[in-house]
Design a protein around this ligand. Structure first.
Ligand code: PAF
Length: 279
């Protein structure tokens, strides 16, 4: 597995190879969810590039950025174990030499202000900015993202349209722990009681999936709030049933062919998110 730290070396290497490129952008702290993205790229016989870059511009809370777990050696071992071909490990200066160029600061309109965007102002601007810069550096044919960050996936699809880039965006199913908790780099910050109760996010989504069509949206929301009363370590931030294209709340699931449930909750200082298609 090749490790490259500059855009110049990256482009030289990739141009010489003349192969179709599959790209998995990450912020490190890798888990099986990330490895499944690399696995899918390899399965499609793409020359697979992963990047590890903890992007400062997408953290609306500087404390979150400071606490972000970094263990590059462990990440490289994980990537090597799934036969990733190349890892791009840029420094902050390498990525942000053009930081103030407005070309990279996209307005995703309602999509960047709803749900996650409302609770994390500026987050999706930062994601769009860094992914645009990474796409320009790597020039992938296909890029892989986890559906766990469902709103981010929609932002990336919008980004590719804005860039008019010929990049296929593939979203892959959330990888879960045995009890259903969505894998996330943040899970390692949960204490045992928080970890045990954090399964409530998945249970809420399952409840919504089982009951949609049989119960009204307000009744489902009330059940979810009741579930969270049994989890004193957690604080529900939002649960909603939405139209996944428009990211708008649905009063009734009949109003949309593919309703989607989204949820966010705090366990102590750790913010957890999850989502599920209901039909
Ligand atoms: O999902 C992530 O890990 C990040 O938001 C991404 C896409 C790598 C951009 O920094």
């Amino acid at each position: 597995m090749k490790i490259v730290k500059t855009k110049a070396e990256l482009q030289r290497t990739l141009q010489e190879l003349k192969l179709k490129i599959g790209f998995v952008p990450t912020m490190g702290a890798l888990h099986d969810g990330h490895l499944s993205l690399v696995g899918e790229s390899k399965k499609r016989e793409l020359y697979t590039v992963a990047s590890i870059f903890v992007n400062p511009t997408q953290f609306n809370d500087p404390k979150d950025y400071e606490k972000y777990p970094i263990d590059t050696d462990a990440d490289l071992d994980e990537l090597s174990s799934v036969e990733c071909d190349l890892v791009f490990l840029p420094s902050r200066d390498e990525i942000y030499s053009d930081q103030n160029d407005p070309k990279y600061l996209h307005d995703f309109d309602h999509l960047e202000r709803a749900y996650e965007g409302a609770y994390r102002p500026g987050h999706f601007r930062g994601v769009g900015q860094v992914v645009h810069l990474l796409f320009e550096a790597v020039r992938p044919d296909v890029a892989f993202f986890g559906e766990k960050d469902f709103q981010q996936l929609q932002v990336i699809r919008a980004l590719v349209k804005k860039m008019e880039a010929d990049i296929e965006i593939v979203g892959l199913p959330t990888v879960r722990e045995d009890d259903g908790l969505a894998m996330s780099s943040r899970n390692r910050r949960l204490n045992p009681a928080q970890r045990e109760q954090s399964v409530m996010l998945y249970r809420s989504l399952k409840l919504a999936k089982e009951r949609h069509g049989k119960e009204s949206v307000p009744a489902i929301k009330a059940h979810v709030e009741q579930l969270f009363e049994q989890a004193p370590e957690l604080r529900l931030e939002y649960f909603d049933i939405i139209d996944p294209e428009r990211f708008e709340s649905l009063d009734s699931v009949d109003a949309c062919a593919h309703p989607h449930a989204v949820i966010a909750a705090y366990a102590g200082e750790v913010r957890l998110i999850d989502n599920m298609a209901l039909a």
